[in-house]
Ligand binder design. Structure first.
Ligand code: SAH
Ligand code: TYD
Ligand code: ZN
Length: 405
């Protein structure tokens, strides 16, 4: 039991993954053993229902200057953010001299479209090397963590923001009260704060247990985000499900009383009630499914190895840190993982120490099986790797259950 980071209520633990490494720090072979481990456990607040972790990894450890994640590595995600930008350019950013602020802009995947439209903008992100990529293509960026003090400084120099947008970042920020205080200080009257993050309902429905890792400090639902927004002086005025990262929800918030909620908010609240998202039994059966998926995956990989089959991993995701470390999967079962991110190549996975190689290693020669850690990019990757299938190769997936396709 501990106190909720949002409302101070009692948080009931429902799953403990034990010691886990920081998921997005890939050691060089010479640095094996220097990883930072912490206790990855999740619980839900009995008062506001927010699902959250108990131990916070420091933000400097999770998001150093050389943070290797690059948003633009996926064509699907590039398309997703182009569409998002087009929508906001036609709506919130269509008035006179609008100002756009993005929290967690990374390599500029969304910012670049706003910049191309000639709109005043600023991306805020501490991942200096990724941010440099955005800056090099002409976007205006600030290297640093968004929090109340940052927001106040931006307001002083640039004036109020009409749209503050953030994707796959707000759920990473344990000190979220400071983020909302910052948004309150920076947002123009009538402006909106929009954020999209992995959706708890999809995680539970599909046993996406690997979405639980250090960066996902909170797992948001419509109900918990509504409670959070209200606590910090905002209303949740719209929600929209999005088909990326295995199930994402876009939350639109506005200062209290400024906008009317759309019917989607009430519709999703009742859907969550039907799914029993605020009930202890739901989390107990989720925990049981995590255990059985892991046992089955480990048994399958062990059998394939014993039969002499070659298995290679595909996608050195953050998700793979939880899977490999919790299920006990190392280089003896998966000798290497291919990944297109140059910053991850020739390094090893945190904790499980599986070498990461460039995608070219996949085809020379093709393995018998590929374990797809980047299952959220399945369509894109399988289309790219058609020859693997043609050569008789098979994909192994471990969510919603362990299966071979
Ligand atoms: N928006 C991109 C990147 C998500 S990765 C996408 O959806 O693909 C999360 C990003 O948030 C990282 O680049 C990380 O450096 C950044 N981040 C973490 N804490 C932050 C904070 N307090 N303020 C701004 N950015 C932050
Ligand atoms: P992703 O699932 O987006 O994120 P997370 O780390 O949050 O779980 O990571 C996808 C990884 O897969 C990323 O390291 C890039 C890699 N990748 C490829 O190697 N090839 C591809 O075609 C795609 C789309 C991704
Ligand atoms: Zn709470």
């Amino acid at each position: 039991m501990s106190d909720c980071r949002i409302c101070g209520g009692p948080v009931q633990e429902f799953f403990d993954f034990g010691p886990q490494p920081v998921s997005d720090v890939f050691p060089k072979p010479a640095d094996i053993g220097t990883e930072h481990f912490y206790r990855l456990a999740v619980g839900f607040c009995e008062r506001c229902t927010m699902v959250q972790q108990f131990e916070e990894v420091s933000r400097e450890r999770m998001f150093p200057a050389d943070y290797p994640y690059r948003s633009s590595g996926s064509a699907l995600m590039r398309r997703h953010f182009e569409q998002a930008a087009a929508h906001y350019l036609a709506t919130e950013l269509s008035g006179p001299d609008p100002f756009y602020v993005e929290i967690g802009c990374n390599d500029g995947i969304m910012l670049s479209s706003v910049q191309a439209a000639g709109i005043r903008h600023l991306g805020v992100d501490p991942a200096e090397e990724a941010v440099k990529v955005a800056g090099a293509s002409g976007s205006r960026v600030h290297v640093g963590f968004f929090e109340e003090a940052t927001a106040r400084r931006i307001r002083e120099t640039d004036g109020p923001a009409n749209l503050i947008f953030s994707a796959n970042t707000i759920s990473h920020i344990a000190y979220i009260d400071s983020v909302f205080a910052g948004v309150h200080a920076l947002l123009a009257e009538g402006g909106i704060f929009v954020f999209e993050d992995r959706y708890l309902g999809d995680i539970i429905a599909n046993t996406y247990f690997d979405q639980i890792y250090d960066e996902h400090f909170y797992l948001f639902s419509v109900r918990s985000v509504q409670a959070m927004a209200e606590r910090f002086g905002f209303d949740l005025v719209d929600v929209e499900p999005l088909p990326v990262h295995g199930g994402t929800m876009r939350y639109t918030t506005a200062r209290r009383g400024e906008r009317q909620p759309t019917p989607a908010v009430a519709r999703w609240l009742s859907k969550e009630q039907e799914q029993k998202l605020a009930e202890r039994a739901t989390y107990e059966s989720f925990g049981a499914k995590i255990e059985s998926n892991c046992e089955e995956l480990k048994a399958l990989l062990t059998r394939l190895r014993d039969e002499g089959a070659r298995v290679v991993g595909y996608g050195a995701t953050c998700k793979s840190a939880t899977v490999t470390n919790y299920c006990g999967i190392g280089p003896d079962l998966v000798p290497f993982i291919c990944d297109s991110t140059v910053e991850k190549q020739h390094r090893v996975t945190p904790g499980s120490h599986i070498p990461i190689r460039p995608p070219a290693a996949f085809s020379s020669p093709y393995p018998d099986y590929a374990l797809l850690f980047a299952w959220n990019h399945a369509a894109e990757i399988m289309a790219k790797e058609q020859e693997f299938r043609a050569a008789g190769g098979k994909w192994i997936l471990y969510v919603p259950d362990v299966h071979i396709v």
